[in-house]
Design a protein around this ligand. Structure first.
Ligand code: COI
Length: 357
């Protein structure tokens, strides 16, 4: 242990690796979990007992407050493998920052950088063989924290568990998306928790999404809570449109500020495209599609990466978007991000955190 370590990590390696059972050419999202996980406890105001142990069940109390009142937050990050075997994590420091913003909003303790970032790097160095080298695949990293106090009173928990699990994944969506503009149900309101990555934001999406699925759509486009006139996000990913000569993404405190979305806007600016983060009305989008001005539309997220949108449903009508093949900006972004993540171009922007081989 180095003298600067505040949170030493105890390591217990698995006696039975599951790696040989994995078919890296047939990866379903979130179904296969790597050999180890990081677990840390928060008790009496301090983080303690940080350990990397074999992936397995956790023991919880039936009165654990996360189960009753939803104090639970998470992140999604991806690691990639270069041709020479180097493992690289895509902008994890941005997820670390967002995780602690979510924690603050849910009245949970901040996780120290040494545990989140240091623990993540150590976990990946142990499970580096789990990072796929297949193009299009990655190691999905799921850091999460939940309230563990056994108490039924509604108050901030006095104890928490921070955990990082990982697993190799392929595409989250394997075809262009049909999205329905949701004008009845609401994901987030001003002053609420829309910007935070908390479990409840996903639970509330399930029923309206199932209705949309029954109507032939893959996902929703959430709109603002007050008037249902302004586009927010897709729930599992942010939204980006190219209308006329401008790359536009909806903004505001009711959406999750995604790391992929941010990276794409930064690239658009760097490459000299006109890019805007602003309020986008449903009418602007529909009018743009009707006028043939919406040349590109896609979902952007860690899990979704960049998934093209093919159809938008609004008030019982469906609107087709131009063929995916001709989408210049989306193709350029996806090619660049893949080249960067798999180490085929120089990392000029410092977006890759290298773990080693
Ligand atoms: C991600 O993109 O990492 C997400 O967390 C979205 C979804 C899988 C819940």
């Amino acid at each position: 242990m180095s003298v600067t370590e505040t949170y030493p990590i105890r390591v217990e390696l698995t006696k039975e690796s599951k790696l040989s059972q994995v078919d890296f050419n047939d990866l379903k999202f979130g179904k296969i979990l790597a050999d180890h996980m990081l677990v840390a406890e928060y008790e009496d105001g301090v983080w303690t007992d940080v350990k990397i142990v074999p992936y397995g069940d956790l023991t919880i109390s039936p009165s654990m407050s996360a189960l009753h009142y939803g104090q639970a937050i998470f992140e999604g990050i991806k690691a990639y493998k270069f041709a020479d075997g180097t493992v690289s994590i895509f902008r994890p420091e941005k997820n670390f920052e967002r995780f602690n913003l979510s924690a603050q909003r849910l009245e949970m303790p901040a996780v120290p950088e040494e545990i989140f970032m240091g623990g993540l790097k150590k976990l990946l160095s142990i499970d580096s063989e789990w990072v796929p080298s297949v193009e299009g695949a990655a190691l999905y990293i799921r850091p999460f924290m939940f309230a563990t106090e056994a108490a039924l009173g509604v108050h901030p928990s006095i104890s928490y568990k921070f955990v990082i699990i990982t697993g190799p994944v392929g595409a989250y969506y394997n075809k262009p998306l049909r999205l329905k503009v949701e004008t009845h149900y609401t994901r987030a309101a001003q002053g609420g928790v829309g910007f935070s990555k908390n479990a409840g934001n996903y639970a509330l999406s399930l029923y309206p999404t199932r209705i949309a699925n029954d109507e032939g759509f893959d996902q929703l486009i959430w709109t603002d809570a007050k008037e249902h006139k302004y586009i927010e996000e897709a729930g599992t990913a942010n939204l980006i449109f190219r209308i006329g000569d401008t790359i536009i993404t909806p903004d505001g405190e009711t959406i999750l500020h995604g790391v992929t979305r941010r990276s794409i806007i930064e690239l658009a600016n760097k490459w000299g495209y006109k890019a805007e983060q602003r309020t986008v009305s449903v009418q602007e989008l529909i009018d743009g599609i009707k006028a043939g001005e919406v040349s590109e539309a896609f979902a952007a997220g860690t899990a979704a990466t960049l998934t093209p949108i093919s159809v938008i449903g609004f008030e019982g009508q469906t609107y087709e978007l131009p063929p995916v093949e001709g989408r210049e900006f989306s193709t350029k972004v996806l090619t660049y991000l893949n080249d960067l993540r798999y180490g085929r171009v120089a990392d000029e922007l410092g977006w890759n955190t290298l773990v080693g081989k």
